[in-house]
Design a protein around this ligand. Structure first.
Ligand SMILES: C[S@@+](CC[C@H](N)C(=O)[O-])C[C@H]1O[C@@H](n2cnc3c(N)ncnc32)[C@H](O)[C@@H]1O
Length: 387
C-alpha cells in the first residue's frame, strides 16, 4: 500500500521542496511525487514513516494535510468525514487550490450538519484558500476541519489539514527575542530552520555557524534537536547577542542537554579551527542599500573576494563529507539580478554543489534563492559538500 502526505508550501516553493526532500533523506524515507502544482506538493511512499512528518520539523511548509480521497463528488465525501464527538458545534473551512471556490459547497454542508442536529459555522476568508492564521484562530482542526480541495483534471483530491505552521512562535523568535540588530541583518527563523534542514545531518552531528550575528541559526538548530552547537563571529556584540538569545530560548522547551560553544573568530584569519559535520550560516550581505548597476557590480566583486577567502577557511572546518549551507547575497536592480560567482568560488575552494533531489527547474543561476518583492538584496541559499 502506498502512503501519501500533502504539503502546502511557503512562498519560496523550490526552497520548501528542497527542505522536505532533505528531511526525507535524513529520515531515510524514499518518495515519489504524487501531485505537484505550487503551492501543493503531495508525496507517496511505500513507507508509513512518510506520514509521520511534523510541521515543527519544517520551516518552509505552511500546512500539512492527509489525503482522504479522490472524488468527483466533493460534497458527499465531506459529509462522511468524522467529527470530534466532544461538542455539538462544527467549525469548518474549505480551501480551494488550482480552482475557484464553489460557494454552494459550504452552504450545502452547513445544511447537512443542521439536519444532523449540529450547529455549524462555515469559516471563510478573502482568498480561495484559508491562511494558517484563520485555520488556527477559528480552531478548525480541533472543532471541525479544514478541507483542502485540489482540482486534478476532472476530479478532485480531497485533503484534511493535520497541522498549520506556528506563526506565533516564529514571530516571537524573530521579533520577541532580547537581542536584535536590524542593521546587521537577521535571518528569518523559518529560513534558518530550512537551512539547517538542508544540511541533512542527523541530530548527533555538530553544527557550526561562523557568522552567528544574533544566533538565529543556532536557535533553530537547537529547537530541531541538534545538541552539538558551535557559533562564532568577529564582533563581540554578536557574541553577546547570541548568548542572550540562546538563554532566552529555554522557554521554548529546549533540552538542557544542548552543548553550545560561542567564541570569537575572524573567518578571514581564524584563530580557532574546529572540524564540523555541518556549517550552516548567513555570511556578510553587504550594506543594506539600493544599488544601481555599477554599484551592484562593484559590490559583487568586493564580496567575491571576501567569500573566496572565507570559503577557503570554511572548507578546513568541515569534516570529510561535511556539508556547508551558506546564504550569500544577490542584488536586485530593476528586473536584473546580480549574483556572486558562488559556484566558481566554491569549486576553487574544493567544495561542490550538493542540493537534495529537487523535482523542479531552478531559475536564475539555477540555485535556490530567497527574496521578498520589495527588497533589493536577496539571498542565494547554497549547499556544498566537502569533497
Ligand atoms: C548578516 S550577519 C549574520 C546574521 C545572522 N544569521 C542572524 O540571523 O543574526 C553577518 C555576520 O557576519 C559577521 N562577520 C562579518 N565578517 C566577518 C568575519 N570576517 N569573520 C567573522 N564574522 C564576520 C558580522 O559581524 C555579522 O554578525
Amino acid at each position: 500500500m502506498k502512503h501519501k502526505i500533502g504539503f502546502v508550501l511557503g512562498r519560496e516553493t523550490a526552497l520548501s521542496v528542497a527542505e522536505i526532500s532533505a528531511v526525507m533523506s535524513r529520515k531515510r524515507v524514499s518518495w515519489q511525487v504524487y501531485h505537484f502544482q505550487s503551492p501543493i506538493f503531495i508525496l507517496e511512499s511505500d513507507e508509513e514513516e512518510i506520514s509521520k512528518i511534523n510541521i515543527e520539523e519544517l520551516g518552509g511548509t505552511v500546512k500539512i494535510f492527509e489525503i482522504v480521497s479522490e472524488t468527483k463528488d466533493v460534497l458527499s465525501e465531506l459529509t462522511k468525514w468524522e467529527l470530534s464527538q466532544q461538542n455539538k458545534r462544527v467549525n469548518f473551512g474549505l480551501s480551494f487550490y488550482q480552482m475557484r471556490p464553489t460557494p454552494f459547497l459550504g452552504k450545502e454542508l452547513k445544511k447537512h450538519y443542521l439536519s444532523q442536529g449540529l450547529k455549524a459555522r462555515h469559516v471563510v476568508g478573502k482568498m480561495p484558500e484559508l491562511s494558517s492564521v484563520i485555520v488556527n484562530e477559528n480552531k478548525l482542526i480541533e472543532r471541525g476541519f479544514e478541507a483542502i480541495i485540489i482540482r486534478n483534471g476532472n476530479s478532485f483530491i480531497l485533503g484534511r489539514t493535520k497541522e498549520v505552521q506556528n506563526y506565533r512562535d516564529y514571530s516571537r523568535r524573530d521579533f520577541g527575542r532580547p537581542a536584535r540588530d536590524d542593521a546587521r541583518g537577521m535571518l528569518p527563523p523559518k529560513l534558518a530552520k530550512i537551512m539547517v534542514n538542508l544540511a541533512g545531518k542527523d541530530y548527533k552531528a555538530s553544527v557550526y555557524d561562523p557568522f552567528c550575528g544574533s544566533g538565529t541559526v543556532l536557535q533553530e538548530a537547537a529547537l530541531l534537536g541538534y545538541k552539538n552547537l558551535f557559533a562564532s563571529d568577529y564582533s563581540d556584540r554578536a557574541i553577546a547577542d547570541t548568548r542572550a538569545n540562546l538563554n532566552w530560548l529555554e522557554q521554548f522547551g529546549l533540552s538542557k542537554k544542548v552543548n553550545v560553544k560561542i567564541f570569537r573568530n575572524d573567518i578571514l584569519n581564524p584563530q580557532t579551527i574546529i572540524q564540523n559535520d555541518a556549517i550552516v550560516s548567513e555570511g556578510y550581505l553587504g550594506q543594506p542599500i539600493t544599488r544601481n548597476r555599477e554599484r551592484a557590480q562593484s559590490d559583487i566583486s568586493e564580496l567575491s573576494e571576501f567569500y573566496t577567502g572565507a570559503l577557503k577557511n570554511l572548507k578546513k572546518m568541515l569534516k570529510p563529507e561535511g556539508i556547508l549551507v551558506l546564504a550569500v547575497p544577490f542584488f536586485i536592480v530593476g528586473k536584473e539580478r546580480f549574483y556572486l560567482p558562488s559556484l566558481e568560488i566554491a569549486k576553487k575552494a574544493g567544495l561542490i554543489l550538493s542540493y537534495p533531489q529537487i523535482p523542479l527547474e531552478l531559475k536564475g543561476q539555477k540555485t535556490l534563492t530567497y527574496s521578498r518583492r520589495e527588497q533589493f538584496v536577496g539571498r542565494e541559499i547554497l549547499v556544498f559538500k566537502n569533497k
